[in-house]
Design a protein around this ligand. Structure first.
Ligand code: BDP
Length: 594
């Protein structure tokens, strides 16, 4: 599956804008066949957007169930004889698609795209009624998991991740056309020796016979630097221009499907030539030790929730540059494909994470405390969940495998990892990731509840990723004690002989609250807390990265530990700096210029 492109052989039509919208409060939409006719009692809804924060109605914000989106689509006349598909970049969390009332596709996995082949259901030069039902219910067999509990006010969605369960069509919806005989997939791998680069490629062609594959690699000036023939091959690039952190040089690989000397399909794939290796406790990009600076982030904004908006994305990348960050983690789900493309161009390094967050009954909403469930049992997170998890890992790698910015896979955030159940659950999932991508290291993010010596899953990881809140959730307000115990624990992890990235450390901070001497929630405390952490990291050689939690304040579910959401942002939710932003800028820009 290739994201829709505009090329000489392909066309795409953006279906974003206002759609007809109706929440199915009584769960009758399927029985009453809402998809078969124009929605009655409908409102308008913007695509892309989360629907939750658009209206002023709590029943919309907190809705669980089916949300119907509908619009009329006209198929261009010129698309006659073409393969016509619908490509939905993100429907959180489940989607069912109907064309004129006929079900044509369904998909689970709210942060990854899916495609529906509409060729036999629509006609060029005609219109059709497109309905997408987006369901946001989380269960023990979804990734991320959740459960519906009975409460005095009715059934309520419970989940264990500390960000609001936004729902809707969060990214672009495309109608796309290509030839029947087409390039269905391309995988690139890169390497170099001295000044000579190599770009290996494997192309999958579908829908035709006797198809020849031709490839052409161009540099950023549009000059052809190498050509190939055949579905697999290796292109040699003399005087290679490497993709580097901070300098995202990209070649473009044009892949053509050729029948009888006619180019029937052509797609473009950007390629960054770089290597990633783990060597002892070092993390190497292009053979050079790399130190991650940056953040765990969120796709999260006022009003639009989890929608991708180009302008808002740009602002975030500008702030990353301003603060001197070289990387981020896609906590806690795959981000928009536009974000990944931009990071490739900007030379920002990405730890790419699956949506497996909240697989831990010891944590609720970022707050420690049991939830009355056991994590891994036949009734809770079970074999079926693991199958879903495996599929999500494969789908994430299939989508993001060609991004040079991605240097490490994170297969889960803060799962239970100190039990036999966890060890059995995760062992095969690491194999799944390595089989899908033998070229990148794999890890998961370890939680404070499974400290060094107790964790049974880190043994499978190439890189150790730790979230720690010494001085916040523990040793609250006592940075002297925090520094001591944190150093002790980290020294233990360093003995594992693997690189360590601190993927979360942070303190909630109310912008504008000042206190001297510093105390938790003040801007001063956030700075002193970060500074203490940095002393600890700088004392341990195996630490190869620091990503602060979080880039910006973000929305969460209601809770007594959250004041208008999670306030651990270094920037506010509307992307203005707290004092910590200036402090980090000093540290990271000094490090970058070394
Ligand atoms: C960690 C989670 C993160 C939370 C954070 C917090 O990985 O999603 O938002 O703690 O409590 O447990 O702020």
């Amino acid at each position: 599956m290739i994201r829709p492109q505009d090329t000489f052989t392909r066309e795409r039509k953006n279906l974003n804008g206002m759609w007809s919208f109706r929440l199915d409060h009584d769960g009758v939409g399927r029985e009453q066949r809402w998809a078969a006719a124009p929605l009655t009692e409908a409102e308008e809804m913007a695509v892309p957007a989360s629907y939750n924060d658009i209206s002023a109605d709590a029943a919309v914000r907190d809705f669980s169930g089916d949300a119907y989106y509908q619009r009329t689509v006209r198929v261009p006349k010129g698309w006659d004889g073409q393969r016509i598909t619908l490509y939905v970049e993100s429907a959180t969390h489940h989607a069912t698609v109907w064309v004129d009332g006929k079900e044509v596709a369904s998909h689970s996995g709210g942060y990854l795209p899916f495609e529906a082949d509409l060729t036999s259901h629509v006609s060029a030069g005609q219109e059709f009624l497109l309905t997408i039902c987006v369901n946001n219910v989380l269960t023990f067999q979804t990734i991320p998991p959740g459960v519906i509990e009975d409460t005095p006010s009715g059934p309520k969605q419970i989940y264990w991740h500390d960000f609001f369960n936004y729902a809707g069509l969060h990214r672009t919806v495309w109608l796309a056309a290509s030839a029947q005989t087409r390039v269905e997939d391309v995988t690139v791998t890169t390497d170099y020796e001295g000044t000579t680069g190599t770009v290996g490629y494997t192309v999958v062609v579908e829908g035709g016979e006797d198809v020849t594959v031709r490839t052409e690699l161009r540099d950023e000036d549009g000059q052809v630097v190498a050509k190939g023939t055949g579905a697999t091959g290796e292109l040699v690039v003399e005087d290679v221009h490497l993709w580097q952190p901070g300098a995202g040089y990209l070649y473009t690989l044009e892949v053509q499907a050729v029948v009888d000397d006619e180019v029937v399909d052509s797609i473009h794939q950007t390629v960054g030539v770089r290597t990633v290796t783990v060597d002892g406790t070092r993390f190497l990009i292009n053979g050079e030790p790399f130190y991650f600076t940056g953040f765990g982030m969120h796709e999260d904004h006022d009003t639009v929730g989890k929608a991708h908006v180009d302008a808002l994305m740009l602002r975030d990348f500008h702030l990353l540059e301003w603060i001197g960050a070289n990387s981020f983690r896609t906590s806690h789900y795959p981000y928009s494909e536009d974000v990944m493309d931009y990071a490739d161009r900007a030379g920002i390094v990405i730890i790419d994470e699956t949506p497996a967050v909240g697989l831990n009954s010891g944590i609720g909403g970022g707050i420690f405390g049991g939830q009355g469930y056991q994590t891994f049992t036949p009734e809770t997170i079970n074999d079926e969940t693991r199958e879903v998890h495996a599929r999500v890992i494969r789908d994430l790698i299939a989508r993001d495998k060609n991004h040079p910015s991605v240097v490490l896979w994170s297969i889960a955030n803060e799962p239970e990892s100190d039990t036999e159940g966890a060890e059995n659950y995760f062992r095969p999932l690491f194999d799944v990731a390595r089989e899908a991508d033998p070229t990148r290291p794999v890890g998961f993010v370890n939680v404070m509840l499974a400290p060094h010596g107790k964790c049974r899953v880190s043994q499978f990881a190439d890189v150790i990723m730790l979230n720690r809140y010494y001085g916040w959730y523990v040793n609250t307000g006592d940075l002297v004690a925090a520094e001591k115990v944190w150093t002790e624990e980290l020294t233990g992890w360093a003995s594992e002989g693997k690189p360590i990235i601190i993927t979360e450390y942070g303190a909630d901070t109310m912008p504008g609250l000042h206190q001297l001497p510093a105390a938790p929630w003040s801007e001063e405390y956030q700075v002193e807390y970060l500074d203490m952490n940095h002393r600890v990291f700088d004392s341990i050689e195996a630490v190869v990265g620091e990503q602060v939690w979080n880039f910006a304040d973000f929305a969460t579910t209601a809770g007594i530990m959250r004041v208008g959401g999670n306030k651990k942002g270094v920037f506010t939710r509307d992307r203005q700096p707290k004092a910590a932003a200036h402090y980090l800028r000093g540290r990271w820009t000094a490090r970058a210029s070394k």
